[in-house]
Design a protein around this ligand. Structure first.
Ligand SMILES: Cc1ncc(COP(=O)(O)O)c(C=O)c1O
Length: 396
């Protein structure tokens, strides 16, 4: 259950939620996204897109896939699903791929996965050159970088394949993107996941918006139908024989799980999510996220025991979140959570067995980075509250 909101303690959504503003056009510069990077397939999660990319590349048993030591645990099961072995390579103190360590781990490697952490691009020229020199395929992980450009080209267009995660950037309940600037993706045929999934994807996006006070008129109009839906669902569940679970209408990936369920591999993203991706303006999303990021940076820089992970926000970057490095992250995260501040700790935990001996920087980043929302659906008063609360908690 979500805590109740009040004027003193608003509910700040951790990810974009649907509102009347979600489809506004921007006066801002047009910005490109992974959808402009090549052939596109819209699936139900980023991890499914990773699995499809590996399948398209013919990765199988005996192959190695180079995975950054600082990662989301959801990036690894697709590699295991192909029967391949993940080999973790080191990253620098701010997540930059360690080219020397990659070079040392090339034997048997077929694919290099490179993550643009928090929307900040890797050194794509160097990674592309390294892959070309060694016959390695580059899989650009744009899970944090749905929108963004590097040297005049959209992120996602440098890799042989790229993936993205829609929920981090759009007010949708599910979604992932497989992109290739080099292959037509003709072999990736997707099917509908059925009416139950379509309905759930739509209603959950609406209800998440309602939970944060968005779309009040729609909420009032749909109050009775949604109550009846909850009632019918409750009755259906109660009538199931004990011990039998209801079939999952949507993938676990939509509910903060790191699991990978191959059932979703060839399923198309919902009509609702596909429509949102086409209708929402990347220019507006990027302009607002950059403005919120800079506001947070200005207000929170210099607080005791906290520093921004990145020194600046380069042109072309559309941030996923605002990452800070904390001196005492566990204690601070607990105090922020108690105050109602939504905090993301990316790469915590890491995949089992990955620790400081694998990469001390990854272990340190996984432990010390706390990230705050900067998405386009934050209201001005929510951002004010977020800043005031973080300042108060961090200075206490
Ligand atoms: C860096 C990175 N790559 C891939 C993924 C997988 O994306 P999804 O959750 O859409 O499956 C995530 C998820 O958080 C991620 O953070």
């Amino acid at each position: 259950m979500l805590p109740a909101s009040s004027p003193l303690r608003p509910l700040v959504p951790i990810a974009p939620v649907l509102s009347a503003a979600s489809f506004r056009r921007a006066a801002a510069q047009p910005v490109r996204s992974v959808l402009d990077a090549g052939a596109v397939r819209l699936v139900t999660s980023g991890r499914v897109a990773i699995a499809l990319a590996l399948r398209e590349l013919g990765v199988g048993p005996g192959d190695k896939v180079l995975v950054p030591a600082w990662h989301s645990p959801s990036m690894v099961p697709p590699v295991l699903w192909r029967g391949a072995t993940p080999v973790f390579y080191r990253v620098g103190p701010d997540g930059g791929a360690d080219l020397a360590d990659i070079a040392a781990k090339l034997e048997g490697a077929r694919v290099l996965m490179a993550t643009h952490y928090f929307g900040f691009h890797q050194d794509l020229d160097a990674l592309r050159a390294l892959c070309d020199a060694h016959g390695l395929k580059l899989l650009e992980d744009c899970a944090h970088a749905f929108i963004g450009e590097y040297r005049g080209r959209p992120l996602g267009s440098y890799g042989d394949y790229a993936i993205a995660s829609s929920m981090k950037f759009f007010p949708v309940y599910e979604g992932g993107v497989l992109v290739s600037a080099r292959a037509p993706l003709d072999g990736v045929a997707l099917q509908s996941a059925g009416p139950g999934f379509e309905t759930k994807a739509f209603l959950n996006s609406l209800e998440r918006g309602f939970a944060y006070g968005r779309l009040p008129a729609v909420r009032a109009a749909l109050w009775l139908p949604l109550k009846l839906k909850d009632l019918a669902w409750g009755l259906l569940k109660a009538r199931r024989p004990a011990g039998t679970a209801a079939p999952a209408l949507a993938p676990d990936s939509s509910d903060s799980s790191f699991d990978f369920d191959p059932h979703w591999i060839d399923k198309r993203s919902s009509l609702f999510a596909r429509s949102v991706l086409r209708l929402a303006s990347p220019g507006r999303i990027a302009a607002l996220r950059r403005a919120h990021y800079l506001r947070l940076d200005e207000a929170l820089r210099g607080l005791p025991g906290l520093r921004p992970l990145f020194a600046a926000l380069p042109d072309g970057v559309c941030p996923w979140v605002y990452p800070l490095v904390a001196a005492e992250p566990d204690a601070l995260a607990a105090r922020l959570a108690a105050a109602g501040v939504p905090v993301t700790r990316f790469g915590r935990p890491l995949w089992q067995g990955v620790d400081a001996a694998t990469c001390s920087n990854a272990a340190q980043l996984s432990y010390s980075v706390l990230a705050l929302p900067c998405h386009q659906e934050l209201h001005a008063q929510e951002l004010d509250w977020l800043i005031a609360t973080v300042r108060k908690v961090a200075s206490a």
